[in-house]
Design a protein around this ligand. Structure first.
Ligand SMILES: [Zn+2]
Length: 400
């Protein structure tokens, strides 16, 4: 079997000292200024392009010392990111125009191409004599072509390198599976062996998070007053729990999707829209976020392995009989856990029936606009793999 080369990101924790931290923050502030300038131009109706923005940057650097102090690579990359975001706001459905990046609410993110960074003696070297120790949790598979330096809500810094690595193509599989998302059972599938039960740790995290947020609300001082140390502590606690929850979700998602993708060629997924359930409690919201993470991971892994991943809109899936294909007149109440067909008398678990309907819809491959959505857009805005109702999937291996 031939080896496939894929482009991926490898992320490592950074441990910058006080000097490096302030240098990174200063760099971020300069880049943020550029971004906001570009947003301003767009709002003023100037239709900024990468070309005009680059000219603006050259001009700014010629006139201002504080701008010249920063890295040109990082600044240029910021403008590039902006123009890409602007482009996506026109072409990707549901994506809004780029907005101002505020000092207090946005987290730093700096991008450097090979011209702007190097790795020496295990440290990441950035322009302006900045040298940061990296926690090498695993080896880089190849020399990186670019790096993104980010800070998260806890104040931890990370470097994410773009590298190429060789992987064995995933083994052939010929199974078919339909997947329905839910709150009581996170994923109900047509093959019960692959069902993903609800894992309690998310609810536990959600309860703790709610407690931290109540503490924040209690300690919050009115606008214009500096927040107390107690408030800052509570905020940090909440951010920590958020992170923990996200990591647990990511772990479950990776473990479960691997088994599903390894065993199935056709994967029919309910096209779950998080807003659908996100009204009520924190636990519900947590479950929603978990499903969103699962769906994303499944699509990504599936397309990468060259599987046929089909997104089926959830409309009518709970009302249709998976045995005789007739559609009930009335919607099944949320409390009703069993589906009973009026036409043929077929009974099955509500979610199991829905999963079968989802699989059947995908197998039939009806290309009707309201039956199957045709493509998936990954959260980064890149079109992943392509999901087709009618055509066989062009192999997505190694394209990303
Ligand atoms: Zn029936």
């Amino acid at each position: 079997m031939s080896v496939v080369v894929e482009t991926v990101r490898y992320t490592y924790r950074l441990r910058p000292g006080a000097t490096a931290t302030s240098a990174l923050n200063a760099e971020w502030n300069r880049c943020r200024y550029l971004w906001n300038e570009a947003v301003h131009q767009q709002k003023a109706g100037n239709k900024p392009t990468l070309c005009t923005l680059s000219k603006m940057l050259t001009d700014l650097r010629a006139r201002n010392t504080w701008m010249r102090e920063g890295s040109q690579v990082a600044q240029q990359q910021m403008l590039r990111t902006y123009t890409q975001a602007l482009q996506h706001s026109f072409t990707v459905k549901g994506r809004g125009r780029p907005v101002f990046k505020r000092r207090k609410t946005t987290l730093p993110s700096l991008e450097y191409t090979t011209r702007g960074f190097s790795i020496k003696n295990g440290r990441l070297r950035l322009p302006g004599g900045v040298s940061i120790p990296v926690v090498w949790s695993r080896d880089l598979p190849s020399a990186p072509t670019s790096v993104r330096v980010t800070r998260d809500s806890l104040g931890h810094w990370y470097a994410s390198f773009v590298v190429r690595r060789e992987v064995e193509p995933s083994p052939e599989a010929d199974g078919r599976i339909g997947i329905d998302w839910g709150v009581t059972t996170t994923a109900t599938t047509t093959n019960p062996a692959f069902d993903l039960p609800y894992t309690g740790h998310r609810r536990r995290c959600a309860a703790e998070l709610a407690r931290a947020q109540r503490k924040m609300a209690r300690r919050c001082r009115p606008r214009g007053h500096a927040q107390t140390n107690g408030y800052q502590r509570a905020r940090r606690q909440a951010a920590k729990l958020h992170k923990k929850m996200a990591r647990q979700n990511a772990h479950t998602a990776h473990a479960w999707t691997k088994t599903v993708v390894d065993h199935h060629q056709l994967i029919a997924v309910e096209d779950f829209k998080p807003k659908f359930l996100a009204r009520s409690t924190m636990a519900r919201k947590a479950a929603d976020a978990a499903i969103g993470a699962l769906k994303r991971t499944l699509i990504e892994r599936g397309t990468r392995a060259g599987r046929r991943v089909v997104l089926v809109p959830p409309a009518y899936t709970t009302m249709t009989c998976s045995h005789c294909d007739s559609r009930a007149k009335t919607r099944l109440g949320l409390g009703e856990r069993t589906f009973r067909c009026d036409e043929c008398g077929f009974t099955a678990g509500r979610d199991l029936n829905a999963a079968r309907v989802i699989l059947a819809t995908a197998e039939r491959g009806r290309a009707g606009a309201d039956d199957i959505s045709h493509q998936v857009t990954s959260p980064r805005g890149r079109r992943s793999g392509a999901v087709r109702a009618r055509n066989p999937l062009p192999s997505g291996t190694g394209k990303r």
